[in-house]
Write a protein that binds this ligand. Structure first.
Ligand code: PLP
Length: 408
């Protein structure tokens, strides 16, 4: 989107503000679809946790997406957005047997990631088909917070536990209809992904009733100019070929699934905030904005980079700034950034603000959460109102400790 448009939206809807470009979500969706056009049956299940606004879910439904969910509430949001349960896969980690049964009862595809639950579920519900999440122990990327396929990860059933897994399946007579992996959010390299895929094919060969193989996500998106990103087209060519060969060996056409979050929505998002104060100290110049890590926690949580620009003064002389939030502890969005000269009142834009930004926002410091706007076919649509103090006290049960006055 253009800077002028974004400034205009900040004026119209106030700041701070999340803006999502529907066109970019669509082009990313189509890019993935095109990369895998040689596969007979492809399913792209959008990972709801990245950005869970119902209007965004409805938009993705228009493109033909299914959903990947990690909680029963995400399943419920999907159903509210009009998805049928068959279009939803549920991949929880460490949730109760009760929640899994509740989701299964809705008709949603269950994906189980540990042997204890697999055994319990298979014993109680041998007729309900289940997908199993495998941990191939492939180290993807460098950030251990978002890399989930390595040996110490809590996710998935280890490939080293295959004999035990097969015994459970045999003993319970349960029906395994899918094999899944999700190695993390920072895969740099197509070859690493293909290596993990081989492990998944090996595993898949053990099961005779498969309908799909789910390769999870891990697509890396660029955060800076010239950043390394997953070569989706190369992956598409190589994995499609391998997948089609596997289906031949297997003797049946299977569905190839992906569950991208970031890839679909990260670059479509813009976070707009206003500069409250410019503060010169002995070591740096701080620009303090009308937001904080309560609205965008990724830099503080796992050091992620969000490119920042001053939309109000695009041609201004560049200076070095530290961009900080108003939360009363360390709250830094970016240090030592070259940004066009900032004045109080300027609107700053944070890029890559579509994935894991609003969905991780909180009311910390008793601040209200921002509004969200979807830019669709040349028009701005408010898809979430800015919160008010009423939203903050909404669920509070307010006690009254004052003694009632006694009137004689
Ligand atoms: C979070 C998650 C995804 C999405 O990951 P991205 O890096 O946002 O694409 C996919 N599958 C599972 C099981 C997840 O937990």
């Amino acid at each position: 989107m253009e800077a002028k448009q974004l400034v205009h939206l900040a004026e119209e809807f106030g700041s701070p503000l999340y803006v999502y470009d529907a066109q970019k979500i669509q082009s990313q969706y189509q890019r993935l679809e095109n990369a895998f056009s040689k596969v007979g049956s492809l399913r792209i299940n959008y990972a709801v946790k990245a950005l869970s606004n119902i209007s965004v879910l409805k938009l993705l439904k228009q493109f033909g997406a299914g959903l990947d969910t990690v909680s029963i509430q995400e399943v419920q949001l999907g159903i509210m957005a009009g998805y049928t349960p068959e279009r939803i896969i549920y991949t929880p980690n460490g949730v109760s047997m009760e929640e899994i049964e509740e989701v299964a009862a809705l008709g949603v595809q269950i994906n189980i990631d540990n042997l204890s639950i697999l055994e319990q579920f298979g014993t109680k519900h041998p007729k309900i088909p289940v997908c199993i999440r495998i941990n191939p122990h492939v180290m993807a990327g460098g950030n251990s917070n978002i890399s989930v396929g390595h040996i110490d990860s809590k996710f998935g059933i280890s490939i080293h536990q295959m004999p035990h897994l097969l015994r459970i399946v045999e003993n319970t007579g349960m029906h395994i209809n899918g094999i899944h992996m999700h190695t993390g959010s920072d895969i740099l390299d197509v070859e690493v992904f293909l290596y993990a895929a081989e492990i998944l094919f090996e595993t898949a060969a053990h099961f005779r009733e498969l309908e799909f193989i789910d390769f999870g996500s891990g697509f890396k998106v660029p955060y800076k100019k010239d950043d390394i990103q997953t070569d989706v087209e190369e992956l598409g060519t190589k994995l499609s070929k391998r997948f089609n060969n596997f289906c031949k060996e297997y003797g049946r056409e299977l569905t190839l699934c992906f569950e991208p979050g970031k890839f679909l929505v990260s670059e479509a998002g813009y976070f707009l905030a206003k500069v409250n104060v410019v503060k010169q100290t002995t070591s740096t110049v701080f620009a303090g904005i009308d937001s904080g890590f309560n609205h965008l926690i990724r830099p503080m949580l796992y050091g992620s980079y969000h490119h920042i620009e001053n939309l109000s003064n695009p041609a201004g002389r560049e200076r070095f700034y530290s961009i900080v939030g108003y939360i009363c502890e360390t709250d830094t969005f970016g240090s030592n950034r070259r940004i066009a000269e900032i004045k109080e009142g300027d609107i700053l834009c944070f890029y890559n603000a579509g994935a894991y930004c609003f969905s991780m926002a909180s009311n910390y410091n008793s601040r209200t959460r921002p509004a969200e706007v979807l830019w669709h076919e040349g028009k701005a649509h408010l898809i979430r109102r800015r919160e008010t103090i009423d939203d903050i006290v909404h669920n509070q049960v307010i006690l009254n400790f004052e003694k009632e006055e006694v009137h004689n």
